[in-house]
Design a protein around this ligand. Sequence first.
Ligand SMILES: [Zn+2]
Length: 361
Amino acid sequence: MKDKIVRVAQDLPPAHARLVLDVGDYYVTPGLIDIHTHFDAGGADLNLQPDHHALPNGVTTAVDAGGSGHRNFEAFKSRTIDHSKTRILAWLNIVGAGMYGPEVENDVAEMDAAACAAMVKKYPDIIVGVKTAHFQPPTWDAVDRAVEAGKLSSKPVMVDFAQKPGRLYSDLLLKHLRPGDIHTHFYGRANPLLDENKKIAPYALAARQRGVLFDVGHGAGSFLFRNAVPAIQQGFLPDTISTDIHKRSIMLPRADMTTTMSKLLNIGLSMDQVVERSTVNAAEAIHRPDLGHLSEGGIADLAVLEIQKGKFGFVDSGLNRLIGDRRIRCVLTIRAGKVAWDADGLSLADWKNAGPYTNYR
Ligand SMILES: [Zn+2]
């Protein structure tokens, strides 16, 4: 039971605890769930090491977004998923060879819905659904084959999409995606979320009505203040907050989880709304109701977050700046009952009172 939450209550007796932490100044949340990441210890060049980028940001569950397809998922699993402290889940790319450049990603012959669905069904607890991304030809093949694989495996799809003549965003949202399918990067530049008067396009409202989900997927090119701010001011909030973290997005736009959450906080979401979209909503979107909440009997994945007050600058994917007055910092992360990140040594004894180094390792 050391990896489970045993009790949630006020005034639990400290004597029953192995470790007592004073977190009165902070928010204690479920471990954060980032449903759009690029985490692979090997694989394509843009990938990052999961534990170094997830756990310091409070992320205990990260979903790799299509790095691998049915041909190479098992290699990804053995080199990364099986060796990470972070819980790594995956969207399986409809492209059999995975996210390895335009030659395979634009090749419709690589998109075998049945083979994709078979691999999803082989690992139903790790593979949360099907991903399509970067498809350049102006046809529906990639989206429709991903949805087909989603139907065959009873899983949602996550779609990275760029509108082109003959391939309209409105048709994606209203005709091609199913309720529960996810459009990621929706505050980006590739699709018209706003009309010419900066009002939310009617088809986006209609899509939300029919249950299509809108995910941030910040990334290096897909989160623009000029889209996000007017949309949020009109009440069009994301369903889920995710980073699309990779080697480029982590740099100038700083698309890590707590920074991405901080941007949305400063645009106007409440802390409750930010946390909800990074935990319980994310768990629902990937059909993992066991995650994303602090409940007795649940896995002990927790984040301890601080809201710092001051003057802070934030950068979007268009390299524009937004000045804000609050910043979320991850103080401590617990993964499966163990402290995995402790920025301030909160779980440790002060050195002056620590006694002899009998526990020195
Ligand atoms: Zn991505």
